[in-house]
Design a binder for this molecule. Structure first.
Ligand code: 5AD
Ligand code: SF4
Length: 439
């Protein structure tokens, strides 16, 4: 038998891309590909891309530039672009970078094997359709190989909310939920292969409703069904929209033992004027009310969020409203971005905030968010926490894993604890992690 062909995948952007890259590797696994960590060895290079901000999208072209030399050395090397830049820019990519052989959007990657065959015939392959068939079903089920203790599982994809700054409704398409039985089968399969923690993924994961438009499931019901799977110890989900935090989902945070005390709930801005212009369809007050109710259900929950500063027409007063909302919420973790103009989105045509002013706001916001993150990390010192150990740490004899609140925790521990949830007492807080001792 000839040597297997080698596949190098580089993943940018969100966790859903991480999940998608795994599925693409499996799809090409059926064509005899094995993964390699070095692009120099590869017979195919796939860039799984992100279009959310300009910088992310531009990275693709600079990365492709880097691979030019490899293609010159090895004419059999095939280069593919997948993900949201592929969806948004399609043929434009092949025009700008003629060495690209294959362009595949996020809804078509189950067709990768046929596309790969086409490239081997010396043709170009491009597919940015939104096909009718269920791509998850067309993909070969995950091979039974053992895997690490944590996994992502996409349950919902796309978005119908059309925030004025966001490309997701265009690149990922309309909101679709996967059928419950398929999600549960995939979850059981992951657990059989050693997974102890599953993070349910969706651009609007808490809009999950099961099969078909208006299906009668909900994310809360799905979480309760997952809670019954023996061997699964932790459940997380991301990303949620404040308007879809229904009563059952809020209650589950207090009642469902496997659901972890962490909620990523982006608000984007604390100014009602800007929220309206963003088409967010919630106010600062209604967001704060959701947070309050979640904290009533689960007082120790750690809240994380996303912010955009410098959205068109944002004034200093609007920005102050954002700082004030942050003060009220006390975030444990946050992602904040300067507004990036995305062609084709409604906000792209509006008057822009001065770039230096936006930079300054971002710095001030990040200083506050970092302070809050540090304070919350510091407040963990002395506490007993559950840690799911994932791998060896940086020092000999040390393991690293995540606490219930998703803090990275280092502790001296025997290797056989990898894949188990152990009790650890936190003794120190560093910049992005905690140190603990095994109990
Ligand atoms: N500019 C800056 N940030 C953006 N995000 C989405 N679109 C843009 C944009 N055009 C941020 C939002 C979102 C996160 C995934 O990325 O905060 O929640
Ligand atoms: Fe984008 Fe808004 Fe949909 Fe989130 S809710 S994916 S920010 S359009």
């Amino acid at each position: 038998m000839s040597d297997p062909k080698k596949l190098f995948i580089k993943t940018y952007g969100c966790q859903m891309n991480v999940y998608d890259s795994e599925r693409m590797a499996e799809a090409l696994g059926g064509k005899g590909y094995v993964e390699t960590q070095s692009p120099e060895d590869a017979d195919m290079i796939l860039l799984n891309t992100c279009h959310i901000r300009e910088k992310a999208a531009e990275k693709v072209y600079s990365e492709l530039g880097r691979f030019k030399g490899l293609k010159a050395e090895n004419p059999d090397l095939k280069i593919g672009v997948a993900g949201c830049v592929a969806q948004a820019e399609g043929e434009e990519i092949m025009r700008r970078q003629p060495m690209v052989d294959l362009v595949v959007g996020p809804q078509s990657y189950h067709r990768l094997p046929e596309m790969e065959a086409k490239t081997r015939e010396g043709e170009k392959a491009l597919d940015t359709d939104f096909p009718e068939e269920d791509k998850f079903e067309k993909l070969k089920s995950r091979p039974k190989a053992k895997r690490g203790p944590t996994a992502f599982l996409t349950v919902q994809e796309g978005c119908d909310k059309f925030c004025a700054f966001c490309v997701v409704p265009y690149t990922r398409g309309a909101e679709v939920s996967r059928p419950v039985d398929r999600v549960l089968t995939e979850a059981r399969d992951l657990v059989e292969r050693g997974v102890r923690e599953i993070t349910l993924l969706g651009q609007n994961v808490n809009a999950y409703h099961g099969a078909g438009k208006g299906g009668d499931w909900s994310l809360a019901k799905l979480i309760w069904a997952l809670n019954d799977i023996d061997g699964l110890e932790r459940i997380r989900f991301t990303t949620s929209h404040p308007n879809d935090m229904d009563d059952d989902l809020i209650a589950a945070h207090g009642e469902c033992s496997k659901l972890m005390p962490y909620l990523h709930l982006p608000v984007q801005s604390g100014s009602d004027r800007i929220l309206k212009r963003m088409n967010r369809s919630h106010t600062a007050e209604s967001y704060l009310r959701v947070i309050e109710r979640i904290r009533e259900a689960r007082p120790d929950i750690l809240i994380s969020g996303d912010f955009i500063v410098g959205f068109p027409e944002e004034t200093e007063q609007d920005f102050q409203d954002t700082l004030s909302l942050v003060e009220q919420v006390r975030y444990g973790q946050c992602y904040s971005f300067k507004y990036s103009t995305r062609p084709g989105t409604p906000a792209a045509e509006r008057p822009q905030v001065d770039a230096a002013e936006a930079d300054d706001r971002l710095q001030r916001l990040q200083a506050l968010l970092n302070k809050q993150q540090k304070e919350i990390q510091q407040s963990m010192v002395g506490k007993e926490v559950g840690v799911l150990f994932e791998k060896k740490g940086k020092l000999p004899g040390q393991l690293v894993g995540k606490s219930d609140h998703l803090h990275a925790v280092y502790a001296e521990a025997p290797e056989h604890l990898i894949g188990e949830v152990a009790k650890v007492r936190i003794v120190e807080s560093a910049t992005h992690s905690l140190g603990g001792v095994l109990l």
